[in-house]
Design a binder for this molecule. Structure first.
Ligand code: NAG
Ligand code: NAG
Ligand code: NAG
Ligand code: NAG
Ligand code: NAG
Ligand code: NAG
Length: 386
């Protein structure tokens, strides 16, 4: 990796990977959408830049708005919006499929005035932070998963207080809500950049033991339905493709993809073990890995015309200059691109991927052991109570 420029490495660390997938036209909300009752009481979102809807803007380590224009160029909601996308991101795409307008708001933006419904267990909160890792050491300027889980515990404490110290009703709502987690891409990138040929087993062990701990903590706080998104094939991102001779599947960097794939296997195994030991826990693993491999296959199959270069950036494959630095440019045909910048997918890709994770037939392999729709609709203990 000696050729990798400092700026690019920094981008890797800060922007955080896991650009995922998603569902364009598929999720058109009907004109009466605003009056529709969402499928679940709330969505609680944890993760990295694939999910962040603005927390990093409040951290003080980053300029505001962050990331700057042209991020958000296609965003139709209120700005600045803090998303690492040209428009909406994966947290939004999934929330929309459940009947919400977009992702729940960033935790760090909340005030007593905007927390009323949230403290009644409705709508949810987004704790995700661009740069976040499963390991605290992965990028210490953002909110690691550990901190995000602590913040959820604080939210839960306030919810309980709000209901007079009795959490029974809140727990009933939480048990039906979606706990959405997408993290690990940054851990992979940092490990790969520092140590491309290193022994990954101890690294996987740390990741999985910490992940397991966080899922158990959330379970202890009332979470029951976990929608986990695995790590994408990081060797397919333009910043890595641009730097090395591509080889292997779909012209991505095979070693980097294998690093991610090895973690995903362990993650799936850990989730299955947790579900076997925690009564009432259900989960689905949505596979950003399989989605990105699918999208980077013959483009005509997935509907993107460009699956290897960044729409916004510069240099080889748009992966050698950071999107929004003064000398970079962006494309007009953003919906034809899988990648918005050197690390993150476009809004169109988020929408397409979310749709696949949500309700594609299981044999297509985009979610296992059930898809998100089955996770949220199957075996409803009682009807959604709002
Ligand atoms: C974060 O990491 C940087 C560089 O690795 C280090 O200088 C700094 O002390 C760390 N900050 C914290 C709060 O750990
Ligand atoms: C919880 O309530 C305290 C006191 O009202 C407030 O300062 C804090 O911001 C709230 N935290 C959350 C997570 O709602
Ligand atoms: C807590 O609330 C539930 C449901 O409203 C109620 O059935 C239960 O008796 C309450 N528990 C206590 C200790 O007040
Ligand atoms: C979490 O990761 C750290 C390394 O960052 C490791 O020391 C620790 O043992 C891991 N496991 C748990 C359960 O914290
Ligand atoms: C992508 O998935 C779709 C749906 O399963 C399938 O029809 C298509 O052949 C896949 N394309 C590749 C390149 O894997
Ligand atoms: C942008 O281009 C100018 C002039 O070519 C150059 O001096 C400057 O270093 C470039 N900035 C970046 C961030 O690449």
């Amino acid at each position: 990796m000696m050729g990798m420029r400092v700026a690019t490495v920094k981008a890797l660390m800060i922007l955080v990977a896991v650009f995922i997938i998603c569902a364009s036209g598929g999720l058109v909300l009907s004109p009466t959408a605003a009056e529709e009752v969402p499928l679940v009481p709330a969505v609680y979102v944890f993760g990295d830049s694939t999910m962040d809807v603005g927390n990093n803007m409040y951290l003080g380590n980053f300029p505001l708005p962050y990331p700057p224009f042209p991020y958000g160029i296609d965003f139709t909601g209120p700005g600045p919006n803090g998303r690492f996308s040209n428009g909406y991101n994966m947290a939004d795409s999934i929330s929309k499929l459940l009947g919400f307008d977009m992702s729940p708001p960033p935790f760090l933006s909340l005030t007593p005035e905007t927390s009323g419904e949230i403290l009644k267990g409705l709508g949810g909160v987004n704790y995700a932070s661009g740069g976040s890792g499963i390991l605290d050491t992965t990028h210490n300027a953002s909110l690691p998963l550990s901190k995000q889980v602590e913040y959820f515990a604080a939210t839960k404490a306030n919810m309980t207080e709000e209901s007079g110290g009795n959490s029974t009703d809140i727990d009933a709502l939480l048990s039906k809500s979606l706990f959405l987690i997408s993290d690990g891409g940054n851990d992979m990138l940092v490990f790969y950049v520092n140590n491309p040929l290193g022994d990954a087993q101890p690294f996987y062990d740390d990741l999985v033991s910490n992940y397991t701990k966080y899922v158990k903590t959330l379970y202890g706080l009332g979470a029951r339905r976990f929608g986990v998104i695995d790590v994408p094939p990081i060797g397919c991102v333009p910043v890595l493709r641009a730097k090395l001779l591509p080889w292997g599947e779909n012209n991505c960097l095979l070693l980097a993809n294998h690093l991610a794939g090895g973690f995903n296997e362990k993650l799936s195994g850990a989730m299955a073990e947790l579900a076997a030991s925690l009564p009432g826990m259900k989960y689905s693993v949505g596979s950003s890995y399989k989605l990105v491999l699918n999208f980077t296959g013959p483009p005509e199959a997935a509907g993107f015309n460009n699956v290897n270069s960044a729409c916004c950036g510069g240099g080889n494959l748009g992966g050698q200059a950071i999107c929004s630095s003064p000398n970079t440019t962006y494309c007009d045909n953003r919906d034809d691109h899988l990648f918005w910048d050197g690390l993150h997918c476009t809004q169109a890709a988020s929408n397409k991927g979310a749709k696949a994770i949500y309700d594609a037939p299981l044999e297509e392999g985009f979610a296992a052991p059930i898809n998100f729709k089955q996770l949220l609709l199957g075996d409803q203990p009682t009807s959604v109570s709002h």
